[in-house]
Ligand binder design. Structure first.
Ligand code: ADP
Ligand code: ZN
Length: 713
């Protein structure tokens, strides 16, 4: 019996009755003083004698699909996590298996009210259609007070009925509004349709330039799954992307799909979870956690923007949702489509070698052309000191505003300025809990740490030398660029769109809507606006500082930088007017900048592949990162040294470190890292298991194992 807890193994329980109970059967199992939902995982180990076992109660109606159980085992083995911790990802819904709580509703009854009023008449007229409505629905639709409806119920003119807890899921209509596809799209779509029909494992890379209509192409695969009566899962990297996406889905299929992400209410979660399990849910759009939903007849997975870092879960069970999606598709025997304009090197290499089918969309949809990309060398073309909009960018903005077009200014830094500095003594404000600088948020008059969210008021005096009002802002943040923009273009309508918690997701959605509707001329945004969005009037994308983002000692820095800047550039010129991209940089010779300016993506990827092959990093080798963290710095360091000493020597594998992590102090914990680098033929999991079993990690030090790390902080 597997319990959804990070326990080292499954536990034995007794079951009532002689019937054999199958793997995946859900049970209520006692543990200590509480009762948990657990899952029958396999035959009992038999170490505890039968009469001592506690009794678990099977839930008759519910069973986790076998392929999901296998998937959970697979992820646990691969990530070196306890299977119970992975199971917890699949059982995240409170009350998921509780009996339904029916909703009370009213219908027309046979009685007549003693007295008629205009309000009562309105209600009765409306209810003549025989439909059941809940009290709030009646109140709203007939504009009456709740008392009117309950009065009618008392007299028997309306009667109470019970409706199921949840309304039926909307059913996507595969033929609702199929668009006419371009020949390239059609070729891809036909390939996907066949792949779904075959009901076999297959992986395809949908590699299309920004604005080429990748979504339209893979919607045909979704349509095919619906036709075949199979379920489809579409994974998106950021849930903020979904508003436009849901509308597009509705335009194609006549209804919104079900959603799965962390912002759902617990009632919605229960509804979606049960509909997925019963097979009623046909299409689900979700964030990475949707990968653990109990689909019973999965026929297709789509991973949109497959290169996105957001697919990596960095806490708890550490996994990469794109990679695990491929695994799930294999276990489900179904088709998977990875879509991107800037595929990850891993996926690119798999497509090149023929392991993945490679479908290309080389042109933008309709008349739209790829935008022109120009580099602005900030060493010679900068404006006045302390300004971040170069003369070239100002001229571009001016043109764009005069033409009535829209522009996007991109800067991947929230807040006003990343580094408040004392002009008298040079002190930089750092976080108390992290080795990171505080960021000034001028709207809120606070200094904020972007790692642990620690905040303080902006000090009036320097905390070191006591000088008054001596802090100045160093470097740009979106708020500071907005200030400069407003001063230069006082009549333009401008807004910030960043993932800042202060503004909140609702505010950001509103900004993006207003931008799409043309009520805003210029958006200044962080990466949240860079991706996926389609604003046809946007003809200028300005990148304020293309040089930030390169992590130190991070082998994926160039790839990531290229992907992000390429995505930003891809927002420009998607409609019928030509687009321009201005990239401000101090390193115009950098291969990333050159590749962007010349539109030579594949040359860039090839060069990156060569570099990685030479330095033996993925996709040519395997990495695992071990992070030790704890409040007792000496203990953490000692444990690191002990671990390194205990590492078995194996051919084709090297262990580096321990070394202080990039953020040596994070949320009050000291951090040390070790890096394992292995040839592809080495079973890195087996190696880690045997190594880690030899070392006792003290209870005040936490060890995190990250297989295939993508963050090197
Ligand atoms: P990508 O995801 O490849 O960047 P999108 O899927 O956002 O591109 O498509 C860009 C725009 O072109 C969208 O507005 C989309 O609705 C439109 N589009 C794409 N293909 C078609 C088509 N075959 N017919 C009509 N509109 C299309
Ligand atoms: Zn901090």
């Amino acid at each position: 019996m597997l319990l959804p807890l990070p326990l080292p193994c499954a536990y034995d329980y007794a079951l009532p009755g002689p019937v054999a109970v199958k793997r995946g059967t859900l049970v209520r199992a006692p543990l200590g003083g509480r009762e948990l939902i657990g899952v029958v995982w396999g035959n009992p180990e038999g170490e505890v004698p039968q009469e001592k076992l506690r009794l678990a109660e099977p839930l008759d109606q519910f069973r986790l699909p076998l392929a999901l159980c296998d998937f959970i085992d697979w992820v646990a083995r691969y990530t070196l996590s306890p299977a119970g911790a992975v199971l917890a990802q699949a059982l995240r819904v409170r009350g998921a298996f509780d009996a339904e709580a029916p909703r009370r509703a009213l219908m027309i009854g046979s009685g007549t009210p003693s007295r008629m009023t205009p309000a009562r008449e309105r209600v009765l007229n409306m209810m003549q259609d025989g439909l059941a409505r809940t009290l709030p629905e009646i109140v709203e639709q007939a504009s009456v007070s709740p008392g009117v409806a309950s009065g009618l119920a008392e007299s028997g003119a309306l009667k109470f009925v019970e409706l199921p807890e949840f309304e039926r899921c909307p059913e996507p209509d595969y033929s609702f509004d199929a668009v006419k596809l371009s020949p390239d799209q059609l070729r891809a779509a036909e390939h996907f349709r066949d792949a779904v029909k075959k009901r076999e494992f297959s992986v395809a890379l949908l590699d299309g330039v920004t604005g080429s209509g990748k979504t339209e192409a893979y919607f045909e695969a979704v349509a095919e799954a619906v036709v075949e009566g199979r379920q489809a899962l579409i994974l998106l990297p950021e849930i903020a992307l979904t508003v436009q996406f849901l509308d597009r889905f509705a335009a194609r299929f006549g209804c919104r799909p079900l959603e799965w992400h962390s912002d759902l209410s617990s009632r919605e979660r229960k509804r979606v979870y049960r509909a997925v399990l019963s097979g009623e849910a046909q299409v689900v759009i979700g964030a990475r956690s949707a990968l653990f939903l109990p689909f019973s007849k999965l026929g297709l997975i789509v991973v949109d923007e497959e290169h996105e870092q957001a697919y990596k879960q960095e806490e708890g069970v550490i996994y990469h949702a794109r990679d695990m999606a491929v695994v799930r598709a294999r276990l489900e025997n179904c088709a998977i489509v990875l879509a991107s304009a800037t595929p990850s090197l891993e996926t690119y290499a798999n497509a090149k070698s023929g392991r993945y089918e490679w479908l290309k969309l080389a042109h933008r949809h309709g008349a739209a052309e790829m935008p022109e990309v120009r580099l602005v060398d900030m060493r010679s073309e900068h404006g006045e000191t302390g300004q971040f909009l170069s003369p070239a960018l100002r001229a571009g903005l001016d043109l764009s505003l005069r033409a009535g077009d829209q522009a996007l200014l991109f800067l991947n830094r929230r807040g006003y300025a990343p580094l408040p500095l004392c002009t008298v003594c040079g002190r930089k404000e750092t976080c108390r809990h992290c080795s990171a600088w505080m960021v000034e948020h001028r709207y809120r008059k606070r200094l904020v740490c972007h790692h642990c969210a620690y905040e303080t008021a902006i000090p009036e005096r320097c905390l070191q030398c006591g000088a008054e009002n001596s802090l100045i802002a160093c470097g740009p943040g979106v708020e500071r660029v907005e200030e400069e923009f407003r001063a230069a273009f006082p009549d333009a309508r401008v807004a910030i769109a960043s993932s800042d918690t202060f503004l909140g997701p609702a505010q950001m959605q509103a900004t993006l809507r207003a931008f799409a509707a043309g009520d805003i001329d210029v958006v200044i945004g962080t990466q949240i606006v860079a991706k996926g969005h389609h604003f046809p009037r946007l003809t200028l994308a300005g990148i304020i500082d293309a040089d930030i983002g390169g992590g130190i000692g991070d082998p994926r820095a160039a790839e990531r930088s290229f992907q992000l800047l390429h995505q930003v550039a891809g927002r420009s010129g998607r409609g019928d007017r030509p687009g321009l991209v201005l990239i401000q940089t101090r390193n115009p010779e950098d291969p990333v900048m050159q590749a962007l300016a010349q539109g030579r993506r594949d040359a860039f990827l090839e060069e990156e592949l060569r570099l990685r092959e030479r330095s033996m990093i993925p996709p040519f080798a395997r990495l695992a990162s071990l992070i030790l963290a704890g409040t007792d710095a000496i203990h953490v360091r000692e444990t690191g040294r002990e671990l390194a000493l205990a590492a078995p020597k194996v051919h084709g594998l090297a262990v580096w470190g321990p070394a202080p992590a990039f953020y040596q102090l994070l949320r009050g914990r000291t951090r040390e890292r070790l890096l394992v680098q292995a040839e592809k033929t080495v079973d890195i999991q087996a190696y880690l298991r045997s190594w880690l079993s030899k070392v006792k990690i003290p209870s005040n030090v936490r060890l995190t194992v990250d297989i295939d790390p993508i963050s090197f902080f």
